[in-house]
Structures are given as structure tokens and as C-alpha cells.
Design a protein around this ligand. Structure first.
Ligand code: SF4
Length: 79
């Protein structure tokens, strides 16, 4: 999906240096894979709860790929 499509579907953007993360709370099924997968990136006790720059781009993508609902998405930046 493009950023435009994600934002139209109600995803919120969390900006990172190399990768942007998008989250849609309506779709989240609370499996907890994200916070268990990497608590530095995903921490519900913090605002913002997603900090894409707290780990490598590869790690951000790895954890998001374990999200079962599609509530988490990412778009890599060019260059
Ligand atoms: S892994 Fe996906 S579905 Fe599970 S809690 Fe995180 S965002 Fe929600």
C-alpha cells in the first residue's frame, strides 16, 4: 500500500530515519507480537508508543512482519 492509501484507511504515521511505520488501532487484534518482538521499538507505556529509530530498519521490518492483523505496516525510504 502507498502512504496515501494507508492514511486514507485510518493508519497513523510514525516517522523514522530509514523506515516509516504505520499503525491502525481499529485493525489491531492485540496479539502483542509487536511489544514482545521488540520493546524498544514498541512500548505501550510511552508516547509515542512506536519509535522506529530505536532499532535497525531490518529489525523494524522483522517485527512488523509478525503482526497477524496487518495493523502495523512499514514503508522503506529511498536511498
Ligand atoms: S502485533 Fe499487530 S495485531 Fe498484535 S498487538 Fe501489535 S499491532 Fe496489534
Amino acid at each position: 500500500m502507498t502512504e496515501k492509501e494507508l492514511l486514507e484507511k485510518g493508519y497513523r504515521k510514525y516517522r523514522g530515519e530509514e523506515v516509516d511505520v504505520y499503525f491502525n488501532t481499529q485493525i489491531c487484534e492485540h496479539s502483542g507480537n509487536c511489544v514482545r518482538g521488540n520493546g524498544e521499538i514498541f512500548n505501550l507505556d510511552r508516547k509515542p508508543w512506536i519509535l522506529p529509530d530505536n532499532a535497525s530498519k531490518e529489525e523494524v521490518m522483522r517485527v512488523i512482519d509478525t503482526c497477524p492483523s496487518g495493523a502495523l505496516q512499514y514503508i522503506q525510504k529511498e536511498g
